[in-house]
Ligand binder design. Sequence first.
Ligand code: FUB
Length: 340
Amino acid sequence: TNQPADTTAQTADSTGRKFMNKPLISEIYTADPSAHVFNGRIYIYPSHDIEAGIPQNDNGDHFAMRDYHILSMDSINGKVTDHGVALDVKDIPWAGRQLWAPDAAFKNGTYYLYFPVKDKQDIFRIGVATSKSPTGPFKAQPQPIANSYSMDPAVFTDTDGTSYMYFGGIWGGQLQRWSSGKYNPKDEYPADDQPALTPKVAKLSQNMLEFAEPVKNVQILGKDGKPLLAKENDKRFFEAAWLHKYNGKYYFSYSTGDTHNIAYAIGDSPYGPFTYQGIILNPVLGWTNHHSIVQVKDKWYLFYHDTELSKGQTHLRNVKVTELTHRPDGTIETITAYQE
Ligand code: FUB
């Protein structure tokens, strides 16, 4: 089940563009890679894409994933191990369908796997499962995290040991159904010239299983100091939140969804506000773009996905990794994962 990661490999897509990086594994389809270093080893917590035979629609019903596999490697170019099924949807008591992008954290000897899945009423909630091993198997809590909703959880632990969960996603991620604070089955989006819907953040409790406070909005501001507008869809938040800290600053990065960028914004606090800076990763092959950013020894890496292995089938993706560069002024060099 292993294939060495060769970050210099180049194969071409149907348009003749050359891929800059190779899929980390090719035996299964993987996406939405949340990478962490635990005890000196690199662990990747991805979605496990499958062909479920469900027609494509704007809600993403075709992303009908049923379990998670965790990948690990001892170095960026090292052998990749697939550790098999770490959590199955059938073992989550409250779950209905669609195990989407997960994340993981470690505290006090326990590993926590955070995952979005629709409940039996077809409403996205965020769950948590625990294990003594970074690769599982994980045991799910009997209920979703209280007051959680929507999807794409990302957990960041600050240097003082406090952990925060960022989450949310519009369209299929249902964030637009929570504007009133309660679930409304009707989609409600702000008008084009109104502030865009914001991602969410909440501090986690010491036991990492609950929110320690009411959910807050994450403000993403333009260079003019005003919130990004709904019509600025090449910049505004869509899904795939991630938070990393570099030189004392907090970097909030995310996908712009229908414009397919990974964008980022910088702030002075884990709560923001964050000021929009630019694009980290240009669009990749496939509709979705989803990433994580992690430091391994003295270098920084971007984990991302595209659809090289399935030749462009949007719901059958493969995870990849490439180096990421912070410039001396703290901005990030834009990555294009292809050569023209
Ligand atoms: O993998 C399913 C969904 O696609 C994720 O939750 C989104 O971020 C997008 O990558």
